[in-house]
Design a protein around this ligand. Structure first.
Ligand code: SME
Length: 153
């Protein structure tokens, strides 16, 4: 795998591409990360609707999911919408409040995306490998979300 810093540099260049739609740029980031990092089997961005208290899938790479709208509080994603904290799940089968999108998924990481101090969404990554994510992934994805907030929101 290429280094986290090389991943971040390439993601920055994708985010700077002059496409009109910011979610098209986020889709390019998802596609790139899913292709480049072996254990990132599904990569997506859910954005928050604070009035409705729901998360909405706006960009992804990997197999399509039925869960395009997730209420705050439900599943790993919904919990992060409420707590504003990173969430690394080593083994999804050990989680009570978990929404299964694909039976092959074994571990997951969700990192909130903040713009001007507000939790406006999150990056969600699933892996078919157990315990696929470490604190290094969390730090990289926090950095990525900071760049995304600066460039798109
Ligand atoms: N597993 C997530 C739902 C989203 S899918 O992973 C794409 C959750 O429990 O919130």
């Amino acid at each position: 795998m290429v280094s986290y810093s090389a991943l971040l540099t390439h993601c920055k260049s994708l985010l700077e591409k002059p496409t009109t739609d910011k979610f098209a740029r986020l889709t390019e980031v998802c596609v790139y990360l899913q292709k480049e990092v072996v254990v990132y089997d599904w990569v997506g961005f859910y954005m928050a609707n604070h009035a409705k208290k729901t998360l909405h899938l706006k960009a992804f790479a990997g197999i399509p999911t039925d869960h395009e709208v997730i209420p705050f509080g439900k599943g790993i994603c919904g919990q992060v919408a409420v707590t504003n904290d990173n969430f690394i799940v080593d083994d999804v089968s050990a989680q009570d409040n978990y929404i299964a999108c694909d039976m092959h998924v074994k571990s997951e990481i969700v990192i909130p995306l903040f713009s001007k101090g507000e939790n406006i969404g999150q990056i969600d990554i699933d892996s078919n490998k157990i315990k696929a994510f470490t604190e290094k992934d969390a730090i990289f994805l926090e950095q990525l979300n900071t760049v995304i907030a600066e460039k798109l929101f």
